[in-house]
Each structure stands twice: as C-alpha cells, then as structure tokens.
Ligand binder design. Sequence first.
Ligand SMILES: *[C@@H]1O[C@H](CO)[C@@H](O)[C@H](O)[C@H]1NC(C)=O
Length: 391
Amino acid sequence: MSIVCLLIVLLLSTVSSSSEAQQDTSSSVCFVVRTYWAHGEDYGDRSLHDLINSMKAQTLGRWDAYMVVLDDRPFPDLQKVISRHNDDRIWIFAEWAKAIYKPKDKGIWSPKYHQHLYQLTDEAVRACPPSTEWVVITNGDNTYDSKFVEEILSTPDEYDVVALDFYSRYQRPTAPPCTRFAASEDDSMPKCKSNELRFCQVDLAAVAWRWKRLVEEDRRFGNLDRRSDSQAADGMMATAVIYAGWKVRFVHNRCLVHHNPNPQLCALHGGVWDDSLLINPSTFGGRCITKQSAEYLLRTTPGLELVSMNLSYDRNAFGYEHLESLPETCLRTADPATWRNAFTFGRVCAARIDFVDLPHDLPSHPWDSWLPEDLKHVKTLGGHATSASEL
Ligand SMILES: *[C@@H]1O[C@H](CO)[C@@H](O)[C@H](O)[C@H]1NC(C)=O
C-alpha cells in the first residue's frame, strides 16, 4: 500500500515538474529593435510608438526590448518616445549617429551599412537579460499581434527556432501584381507570406531564435556575408542553423507579425497599394501611396490601371475578427506582357501555391541556387546535397 502511494507521489511530481519546465515563468522574449529618426514623432511616422504599443498589449508581459540606432542622423525624440511609455522593459542599447553610418546614398544602400548594423545588432543580442529564452530581431516600424510572445513562449523545449508567417509586400512575389495579395473565397490562398526559413521566404522580424544556443555557438549576423552587402543575412542565418541541426517549429496560416509596409496595413490606413514598380530594387515589393498620388500617377503614366480587390488576412489576429473583408485599391500596369514578377524574383522566391503557374520557359535565376558562402563547399560533399534541396 505504501509503495503504491510512493509511486503515485513520484508520478505526480514528474508530471508537475515537466509541465513547469514548459511554462517556466521566468523565461522571456528579448526584442532587438533597429530604429531611426523616421520612426519617431517629431520627424517621423510614429511607427515606433505603434510597435511599443503592440508589445505592451502582449497577453504575456515577459519581454524586454533593446533599441539600436545606426544612422547618419540622430534620433532626437527617441528618449521622449520611450520615457512617455514609462516601461522598464524598454532600453536604449546604442544610438550611433555618424556620417560614416549613412544608410543610403542617392537611394542606393551604402555597401557596408547592413554589415555594420548587424554587428551592432549582434552586440545587442548579447546584452539581453539572463532570463531570455528567445531573441527576436525586428525593426522599429513593425507590429506584433498580442499573442505573439505567448506563442513563442509556448514552444516545446526540443525546438531551437520558431518561424512564423507574416504580412509582407513580398507575399506571393511571382504571382500577378495586385491579385497576388487577394483573398480567395475557398480559403485556398495563404493569408499572408509563408515563412519557410530560407532565402527570400523569411523575415527576421518573424523568427525567434533560441538565445542561449545562438550565443553559445557564437552565431553572428554581421559575420555571415563579408563579401556582399549583408542584405540577405537573415536567409543566411536561417540556412546556417538548419545545416547545424537546429530544430524548426513553423507557425503556418496564422499571421501574427506585420512587416511594414504591406498592402493589408495600407488598406487599413486608407492608402492605395502601388504594385506598378517591379524594376527598382527599393520598390519592387510595392509601396503604399495616397489616393491623390495614385490618381496623379494614373493621369501621368500611360498603361496603368486601378484594381479593386479584397485582400487576404488572418481573422484571428490583430483584432480583425470584426472585418467582413479587407477591400483595397491597387495600382498596376494593365498589360500582362509587362508583368515580369517571375523573372524578377525567380523560382527561389515563389510561394508553394504558385509553383505550378511559373512560366515553363523561366530561365534559372542567380538567386535560385543561393547558398551562404561558407556552406557552398558543404553542398558538394554529397551527404548534404539532399538536405540542401529540401530546404
Ligand atoms: C469583397 O467582399 C465583399 C464582402 O464579402 C463583397 O461584397 C465584394 O463583392 C468583394 N469585392 C471584390 C472586389 O471581390
């Protein structure tokens, strides 16, 4: 009898300790937020304020946020924005304003800007508090659904990285302009961009990395791409950790992250989505413009048309359950012969649902065989060739 009791006590204690491990109340999410003056109040669009509000609205408040500024202009109202929120989870990690950190010159990214920003980001990651379990690197103009932190902290112990779907201007980039964002009556279309945790199919803001492992393995975004301009460092890190055996948890078909700009937010703010530019790298994902700008473009640029459509969205996040639909007006070139999306982005960027519609004569794209520099030799070892094609 007493042995049976002892067994039950032992069983109960193992059950309770394993559920405690899953819901460790001291673990937290550390956000590293890259921001600059244009996210502020005095000279910017107040987007940093929206991001902080979305963090403060989390159902689980176990997070910290470290602000990082690297720019040629200071961010004079950063202190003001942060002190107004009066929240001791928010820190300014670094504000480096110097002429050599100029992000863009005549609209073109400065060659070393992203690498410098990632190097500073890597330092901020290492400054996260000891309670950190997950680190999320984001930008000052993104926003998160109130269940984001809860979703990340519910991840079982065996996973090392969490990849969540996200709103993005690169949603289905190879599909026709404008309609690539459309909702489908039968729900067969993705609600937002699917996060595949690989080049062109990932967004840093929608990934949570297991902090201890990232730091212990000394993985640094600033080291990944010294030859090029580090713009693809998120995809490189994703591929690098998968090759290193990190276990990925995908959160598909829920959209808990807004990467700005995107047509869904543009619609909610009364703007028109301009999907007419697929050539200029800074705009080829599209942009949000005012109704007046859209009318002006329509009058002055031959060959454009306006399309009325309902956008795809996730009813169960960001309080969108009350929306019956998400109508948007979208600008594009009218002649389908001018739609070069598949050629601009290549196979590697196509959403799964669009594979069948890729042109049969689509030539291979420089990005298709993309692999980080230091993994190229691994691919040729043979053993990894299969895992490379599965990625
Ligand atoms: C958008 O959805 C609404 C409500 O379901 C519907 O009445 C309308 O016709 C749709 N618009 C388009 C362009 O499909």
